[in-house]
Write a protein that binds this ligand. Structure first.
Ligand code: FMN
Length: 397
């Protein structure tokens, strides 16, 4: 239903996004999109590049007077750093000095450098790393902000927090409440617990001092998502699979789990599955939510919880060994200006990807060319689900 396409290199003129499939009349507020872009640029542990870039979105199409038109929405986010790279990144042929100045031949272990060189048949790693860079996630956050605009109207909210940075983590099994997430944006590492947050900051400081990097884990939490999104009828319609793909596609994410998925292999069924209870006051109740709001590839109406593990970023100030692809001599891996820890920022990108999948699944379930139609269909769906569950028990024979 929904599609988005991004283009742009890390040091090129900017990033562009085209979003297709949003209904008409969805509110779009540039300040809200910019606020998400700012959150992506923040977090303790970021490097010099994020001090240069102050991302803001320019809306090029598809929005008029603060509302979508139903036509493709396109955005531009300019790279301020481009002014220092205009000849190196020029689309036009350049003299040797500019052509060779930022050329790289020694790939960074853990980056796309070597795999990209082999794939695209080049020893000029600049051609690879410019697009492989996570600068691209700026465009995803802008697209995600549009999806969030639709979700907000449908009463669905998406937030995230940092669970772990290296050895500093929330206690295993901690289930963070929605209200506790209010504290996240005031924390330099986006952690709900100030003490654990301070330990995370210390982990980053230690890694930076050692010229190293650290990874961690984030959790995205969604409230208000209706039951019935996704489907068990085909592998590619399962919403758990769609979340996993979207989250795993984020640079440096190496593992994804829904609910308590990371613990599932070590737990007995009786301690893992969420019982289904009934009370006349509340109707259906699930006392636990280890499934993370999804059973059988379909949302079940409980809050959605998805976790993603982020590896330590590959650019190290004290670099690992590598090889010059041209001379085959041993070299230290190249050092681009780099972050030490991107886990807090990865959480913001993860929110955007989860919002995107949800908005897509919502439109797939409900249909509608305008926001009004979508919301009418949502009301009807909610009424049918409520009626299904409130059916009178059959009279005794
Ligand atoms: C928001 C964000 C910022 C990142 N910044 C850097 C960085 O400054 N330096 C770096 O080496 N990797 C950084 N990464 C990770 C790399 O982009 C990523 O490891 C690389 O593209 C290889 O992809 P893979 O780890 O998914 O295999 C960042 C990732 C994210 C999500």
């Amino acid at each position: 239903m929904l599609r988005f396409l991004t283009a742009g290199e890390s040091h090129g003129p900017g990033l562009t996004v085209i979003v297709e499939g949003l209904p008409a009349a969805v509110p779009v507020d540039r300040a809200v999109i910019d606020a998400d872009l700012r959150r992506r640029q923040g977090g303790y542990g970021r490097g010099g590049r994020m001090k240069i870039e102050k991302d803001t979105v320019e809306i090029l199409s598809g929005v008029r007077h603060g509302l979508t038109l139903g036509s493709p929405v396109s955005f531009l986010v300019r790279n301020r750093d481009h002014e220092n790279w205009s000849d190196v990144m020029s689309p036009d042929p350049q003299p040797d000095e500019a052509r060779l100045r930022r050329r790289l031949h020694h790939p960074r272990p853990g980056h796309a450098d070597l795999a990209g060189a082999l794939k695209y048949d080049t020893t000029d790693l600049r051609n690879v790393l410019e697009r492989a860079s996570a600068r691209e996630t700026t465009a995803r956050v802008a697209a995600g902000a549009l999806a969030r605009g639709l979700l907000r109207e449908a009463g669905v909210e998406v937030r995230s927090h940092v669970v772990r940075i290296a050895g500093a983590a929330l206690a295993p099994g901690t289930s963070v409440t929605w209200d506790a997430l209010d504290a996240v944006e005031a924390s330099p590492v986006r952690c709900v617990d100030p003490e654990v947050g301070a330990a995370m900051v210390a982990e980053i400081d230690r890694a930076r001092k050692d010229g190293d990097s650290v990874g961690g884990e984030v959790e995205v939490v969604v409230r208000g998502a209706p039951a019935g999104l996704g489907s068990y009828t085909h592998w590619d319609r399962r919403i758990d699979g769609r979340f996993a793909q979207a989250l795993m596609s984020i640079h440096a994410v190496k593992a994804v789990a829904l609910g308590s998925g990371f613990e599932a292999g070590a737990t007995r069924g009786s301690a893992f599955h969420d019982e289904i209870l009934w009370s006349s006051a509340e109707g259906l109740e699930r006392p636990t939510n280890r499934a993370g709001g999804i059973e059988g590839g379909v949302t079940n109406g409980e809050p959605i919880r998805a976790r993603a593990v982020v590896k330590p970023i590959p650019t190290l100030l004290i670099p690992l060994r590598s090889v010059d692809l041209v001379t085959h001599e041993e070299r230290k891996a190249s050092v681009e200006r780099s972050d030490t820890c991107v886990v807090p920022a990865a959480g913001v990108v993860a929110e955007a990807m989860v919002a995107w999948v949800l908005a897509d699944a919502l439109l797939e379930k409900l249909g509608g060319d305008s926001l009004g139609e979508v919301l009418d269909h949502l009301r009807a769906t909610r009424q049918r689900q409520a009626a299904l569950l409130s059916a009178e028990p059959p009279a005794p024979e």
